[in-house]
Write a protein of this length. Sequence first.
Length: 329
Amino acid sequence: MKKQRRVNQEASISFLDVISCGFGAIVLLLIIAKVGDPSALEDAEEKLLGSVKSNQERLFKIREESVVLDQRLQSRKKQLSELSERVARLKEKLASVSKQSNQLSQSQISAKEQLLLVLQILSEEMERLLGPEFQSKNQLVGGIPADSDYIIFVIDTSGSMQSAAWQKVQVEMLNILDVYPEVTGIQVLNDMGQYMFAAYKNKWIPDSPKMRNNIATKLANWAPFSNSSPVEGIESAIKMFYTPGRRISIYTLGDDFQGSSIRRVVKEIDRLNEANRGGDRLVRIHAIGFPVHLRRGVAPSVSAMRFAALMRELSYNNGGTFIGLNSLE
């Protein structure tokens, strides 16, 4: 029996392999290659690029705004630091002012206690010497008559007084007010005739504890221009406020006199404050001299000596008293 020849299948298998690879390559090309409408793909790509560009612009704008906001933040931090330092300095000044106010209050209390003690001692001594039935013919406190119903302060507000004697001025003014527990009217002028309270210009300030506190508070920072001469203030007080029948006292507080002539001032005040038939002047003129220009071991200034000479003469001629303080403490 004739043997059958085995059919060679290698050719068919290789063909199938080639066909399979070809189909795979086509499928792969279809996957990789762009499928669809080319114009639609271009539109999508442009939209995508436009969105990316828009987002980039927004990012840059946000970064610029961030820089500006950061600069503002740094500026605000700097301002806050400066304000904090200013608040700290103001707190220190407030503490200093409070301390000075407490010291001034203690000084005033001490001065009042000393004055009351002196008055008590003087009263007891006068009663012992003159008898319990003796009545004084006038009211004198520390050599100053305290019998007036109206009082006017004429205060030197010059730089020398402000810088060296102002706390003492406040103390002495309160002491003078304490001598008069109650009066009908008060007025406060500087040596140029300028009023402390403009609302009471050319009229009396009604006396009350509240008004006295207002005067003390205003005096602490009251600094109108001054020419270091009490003449204008005294003349203005006499011309404006004297009325027959009123008992008025003028208290002049100062440290020096820069005027040209003492004699001329004395004559002018004598003319204005003429004596009545009984020999009494229209108003009393008292003076308190502050030793701003007097130092130990140093000759007193000419202006200080001229003030003392002037006020001693005016107070003597016009029924008042001149007191020269020996210390600013």
